[in-house]
Design a protein around this ligand. Sequence first.
Ligand SMILES: [Zn+2]
Ligand SMILES: [Zn+2]
Length: 581
Amino acid sequence: MEKIEKIRHSLAHVLALAVQELYPGTKFGIGPAIENGFYYDFDFTNLREFGHEYTRISNEDLSKIEKKMKEIIKKNIVFKKKFVEKEEAKEIFKDQPYKLELIEEIPEKRVSIYESGNFIDLCAGPHVKSTKEININAFKLVKIAGAYWKGDEKNPMLTRIYGIAFETKKELERFFQVQKEAEERDHRILGKKMELFVFDEEVGAGLPIWQPKGAILRKIIENYLYEELKKEGYQWVVTPHIGNLKLWKTSGHWEMYRENIYSPIKIDEEAYLLKPMNCPFHLKVYQSKIRSYKDLPIKYAEFGTVYRYERSGTLHGLARVRGFTQDDAHIFCTPEQLAKEIEKLLRHGLKILKTFGFKEYSIYLATQPEKFAGTEKMWKKAMAVLKYVLEKQKLKYQIDPGGGVFYGPKIDIHIKDCLQREWQCTTIQVDFNLPERFELSFIDKKGKKQRPIMIHRALIGSMERFIGVLLENYKGALPLWLAPEQIWIIPVGSRHKKYANFVNQQIRNCNFRGVIKKENETVSKKIRDGEIQKIPYMLVVGDKEMKEKLVRVRKRQKGDMGEMKIENFLEKIKKEVIKKK
Ligand SMILES: [Zn+2]
Ligand SMILES: [Zn+2]
């Protein structure tokens, strides 16, 4: 375990110790290290018995607890590990019902406990040797939240206190700075301001509704991908949103992936599923004809909307939803073609990400998971191909142990946004299993039947999440080619409206997206609105512009650029769109 994780986990114990000293009578849940910090769950419900006025703690209590933690750390408390018989442990924790519950669940005869000062916790460790290793200026308690014991809503609600911790004060400060930046870039807020999408309780959690501007943005991305895929020899298919359960039994998804699939619906006495994946449909398209080696590789693409169950607590704006559209495709090829196809996919995927402005990424090679289909031999073969291609293209990658899909290993690309946060996007998955299950074949050179290999791949991943990432990366200021409204035309007075129409017609004739702002508001108010909505260009037209066929150009983030002939302005932005900047 890394040192920082030990520090974070030890801080959870220090937090519990501080709470124990300040609020005797507290019942303790658990306190693990988490990403960037730690938490501990407490049950404060019987604090009254111990003379406290309240049974809840508030944000004001946090600074009191934090101060106490610092005092404790300064005392240089040592963490001592001990093994005790279960019976003895039950005696030690006799007033701690949650700990007793945990002890019952441990299969071994003996359990490990940690002593730190006056606090004893049921814990496997590891920890720092003593609190000397913890920098008192490098942690902070940040929030209080409700959390059900063991995450189950049938259990009591506990109070969870979260802390952030690093090894140095500098890292802690950097974390809060990035967090502040991230809040300003939150796609949920930007999406609302820019009128791209909404969530509505009556519609349901995790189901975004795309407003007109959001729908345009999706269309722009789809059109771009469509043109790109055409060049790479993909064929387009369209498949249903539901399918007979039999299909998912054959594919193995029903068995391996059930927790993410919604309950079947009944149609004419048969069970149907809302599709969690597009793959089986594409297999059916392949099956619809006899295939020869001369036809391969065959590439089917679809913007396929899939529905997957996600727990309500994990839903987050567009980043995690219950219905989303994949830029999905499946490639069927011969074993000899596999390496070359993977190579093409990687190159193409990285090119597309770069066009959208993502030049940095991490690559993960995900290996065999616990629940898997197919034989060990198939898995080994597929892994070898993926490794070979990554190494041939000199791409740096990390192993994601056990992260593969049940039917095969995969390469995942996580893009890094401008805050260096990683987002899962591209996935390329090798599959020897589904062609087997669906008994796919092609006729080889000798006229014999052979099994093709299938590659599942999505380049941007989910349209929803990708748009969320785009918004956060650009802070809403999308490049001109992606902006749903590229140009606002602002007439100074009502007598300039006709000329504004003329300007907009020129804009539209060149395939740009222009909008005339006709509202009865001042020019400066309209400009302010345009800035909030991150409109790339605003053209103000008044008497002079009308007379001389000019436009006064305001560029986003740059401000007034002076007057220009309409043709010159259009020439300028044409270049910008071609460069996709
Ligand atoms: Zn511990
Ligand atoms: Zn698939």
